[in-house]
Design a protein around this ligand. Structure first.
Ligand SMILES: [Zn+2]
Ligand SMILES: [Zn+2]
Length: 265
């Protein structure tokens, strides 16, 4: 109820960007769509999806602006072993799983397979590196008016000492260094992670260990384990603030509906 019953969905807003900018389509997308639909018709936006796991797509069919003929959306997804964005979404919304297929959505829609590399749009740019996850998953880096926001909700920072791990951590650190905001996977604690290595998620202890000292402004820990209670996460939130509050401008476990203001000088 406090730290998030909905699955992953993030909205970025800036007066520099003329369109909606949404990242991931977990169940949180439904609330966002209801809010947008109630305030206006003809929503226009770009949606970046990190990967097609259910918890990042389940809100997609329930996004009201998709059912508005005046809306316009472009959806981006990294390639999935040869399958493109349209095929993945068509599969997700095939009539075995949902009564409305993607071609029945009324908005002007286009699904684009987004290969690694930086793209510039009006008011922002987006780049990504591959996460360590169980499918091809992006860690997106957005730059808006000189502010850098990295979004990595599903990424395993391994706890072993293999040479490939060292290389991955070095590349990751280079990618996230000096970000104003890093929103990162912290599903497990260290003890849980030891039993779940290779599941594609990180433990909060290792995320802090690998990101401190890199000039990161705010570290936001997300993708909580479904079995983590509000009480448990509130205690952890307090603990990381006490122990690591000087390492970052802000460090916290992300809450449901959390807003953050990032002034552009
Ligand atoms: Zn995932
Ligand atoms: Zn996930």
């Amino acid at each position: 109820m406090v730290f998030g019953g909905n699955t992953t969905c993030l909205q970025l807003e800036s007066e520099l960007i003329p369109e909606l900018l949404i990242v991931d389509c977990g169940t949180g997308l439904r609330n966002l769509g209801n809010k947008l639909h109630a305030s206006r018709s003809g929503n226009k936006g770009r949606i970046f999806i990190t990967h097609p796991h259910w918890d990042h797509l389940q809100g997609f069919p329930f996004f009201k602006p998709f059912y508005d003929a005046e809306s316009w959306f472009r959806v981006y997804l990294p390639p999935q072993d040869g399958a493109g964005c349209k095929e993945i979404l068509q599969g997700h919304m095939s009539n075995t799983f949902f009564p409305v297929t993607i071609d029945m959505l009324e908005a002007d829609m286009n699904c684009e397979t987004f290969h690694p590399g930086k793209i510039n749009f009006e008011g922002f740019s987006v780049d990504y590196m591959w996460a360590k996850h169980t499918v091809q998953t992006a860690m997106y880096k957005f730059e808006i008016g000189g502010k850098v926001i990295v979004f990595a909700p599903d990424n395993e920072l391994p706890i072993d000492d293999e040479p490939s791990t060292k290389k991955f951590i070095a590349d990751f650190q280079e990618f996230v260094a000096n970000a104003d905001v890093l929103i990162h996977d912290a599903q497990f604690n260290f003890k849980q992670h030891q039993k779940r290595q290779g599941w594609g998620h990180s433990c909060w202890e290792n995320v802090i260990d690998k990101t401190k000292g890199l000039g990161i402004g705010k570290l936001l820990l997300t993708h909580h384990d479904p079995d983590s209670s509000d009480k448990y996460l509130a205690e952890l939130d307090k603990r990381v603030k006490n122990e690591f509050g000087t390492e970052f401008e802000e460090i916290s476990f992300v809450k449901e509906g959390q807003d953050m203001l990032l002034p552009i000088e």
